[in-house]
Design a protein around this ligand. Structure first.
Ligand code: HPA
Length: 270
């Protein structure tokens, strides 16, 4: 991680936006609709920001959007960087360093994930209670004490109070909220049946290719995290049909209305 690059990117973003954000939101695959609900939006293209990586994957936009949701100043990432795209872990987690440098204290991460819990259905929303990491750790390398300690705790990676707010918000909206452990692999291939079975056996409920590096770096910088997954496909050992990226996106789009409502309500209660 390069402190000067982070500093320059942060200064650039601060020069463009008018309100100081207190919450950052990462909008995952097909969840970018929340961006349409931002009041007084200021849109900054990733390509304009010095040192910022540029997103390439289909269905992902590359915009940083500042504004208000329910009167709360937010900074939203419309599109994220995946390790499988070939970015380094420093690039994947560059935005979280900027959030920390801007003084943002809360991060809401969203993603699309495959369901491995037998009780899950396509389109469910899952509150991430914890994670298991099968990706390289983004903190490998020299530690910069200006961001955080060498050995950060992951004891409560997903903040308990924020989880409580999410549970209460879902209840008040009548939205079913599943809960479970998110496991991250590098992708880009989907899991074999044996891998889905292994993840189920070790207690995971959902599997994806993002989020965990971002969460580890956010926690390293002292940012509190809330994580939500849209279950875009469910593993069924009796009928393991091939999923395509297009199917994943379609299923996510169908569920994203509830996700948008939920995230807006959570933000209003922070
Ligand atoms: N596996 C990994 N990542 C995913 C999946 C999956 O089944 N669905 C959506 N993202």
């Amino acid at each position: 991680m390069n402190y000067t690059e982070i500093y320059e990117a942060t200064k650039f973003i601060e020069s463009k936006i008018t309100a100081k954000p207190s919450v950052a939101v990462i909008l995952g695959s097909g969840l970018s609709d929340l961006a349409n609900e931002i009041d007084n939006p200021v849109i900054i293209k990733y390509s304009e920001i010095p040192h910022f990586p540029v997103s390439t994957v289909q269905g992902h936009k590359g915009n940083l959007i500042s504004g208000q949701i329910k009167g709360v100043n937010v900074l939203c990432m419309q599109g994220r960087f995946h390790y499988y795209e070939g970015y380094t872990m420093d690039e994947v987690t560059f935005p979280e360093r900027i959030f920390a440098a801007m003084g943002i204290k809360t991060l809401i991460v969203t993603n699309a994930a495959g369901g491995v819990n037998k009780n899950f259905s396509c389109g469910d929303i899952m509150l991430i209670t914890d994670h298991i990491n099968f990706m390289p750790n983004p903190l490998i390398g020299k530690n910069d004490e200006r961001f955080g300690v060498r050995f950060p705790s992951m004891n409560e990676a997903y903040d308990k109070n924020l989880r409580q707010i999410a549970i209460q918000s879902a209840e008040s909206l009548g939205i079913k909220l599943q809960q479970g452990i998110y496991v991250a692999g590098t992708g880009p291939s989907f899991e074999t049946p044996a891998e889905y079975m292994m993840y189920r056996t070790i207690g995971c409920s959902a599997v994806g290719m993002s989020t965990v590096p971002e969460v580890i770096v956010a926690r390293h910088c002292g940012i509190k995290v809330l994580g939500l997954s849209v279950i875009s496909n469910v593993f069924n050992e009796d009928n393991n049909e091939e999923q395509t990226h297009d199917e994943v996106l379609e299923n996510v789009n169908n569920a994203s209305k509830n996700m948008v409502k939920l995230v807006k309500t959570i933000i209003s209660r922070l």
